[in-house]
Design a protein around this ligand. Structure first.
Ligand code: NI
Length: 170
């Protein structure tokens, strides 16, 4: 088990749509363990494989950040089946550390995906969990939360980060 480095805004993996996992005969468990430990250490409530530089459709979520191990969700190839309502809350991302913004998300979602054996699973989430599902699926589609912000706020964050990248401070 090893902590992985989390790639940040500017890394091409974060802009790249990830590839579906087709072969579940590979043992995904060690990779998932690394992702979970990396998420808890950060700490964060979710982590998608592109954030550790792997463009594969795998995500882990735990809105209790390890407080309640039963809440850990590991899902491959997640797809949004249904959504309802809306919520507006401040959102951030381990790949965009230090920046946050209010993002509108559905209040409730139903997601279908696969477990590590390839079995189909369906899950529902409300509130923060619904937000986490949306955020991590966005990562698998090569999209960051800042793309949901208003143009001014988004451009301001991007400009600040690009300046920091130029200064070697990112
Ligand atoms: Ni994120």
């Amino acid at each position: 088990m090893a902590l992985r480095s989390i790639v940040k805004f500017g890394s091409p993996e974060l802009d790249t749509p990830s590839v579906e996992i087709k072969d579940f005969s590979d043992d995904l468990e060690p990779l998932v363990q690394d992702m979970v430990q990396t998420m808890y250490a950060a700490p964060g409530v979710g982590l998608a494989a592109p954030q550790i530089g792997l463009n594969t459709r795998l995500m882990v979520i735990d809105i209790t950040v390890g407080e309640d191990p039963k809440q850990l969700i590991v899902m491959a190839n997640p797809v949004m089946l249904e959504k309802e309502g809306e919520q507006r809350e401040e959102e951030g991302c381990l790949s965009v550390p230090g920046y946050a913004g209010v993002v509108q998300r559905p209040e409730w979602v139903k997601v279908q995906g696969q477990d590590l054996k390839g079995n189909e699973v369906t899950m529902e989430g409300t509130g923060l969990l619904a937000r986490a599902f949306c955020h991590e699926i966005d990562h698998l589609d090569g999209k960051l939360f800042i793309e949901h912000l208003g143009m001014l706020k988004r451009d301001l964050i991007k400009r600040k980060i690009k300046k920091r990248i130029r200064q070697g401070d990112w």
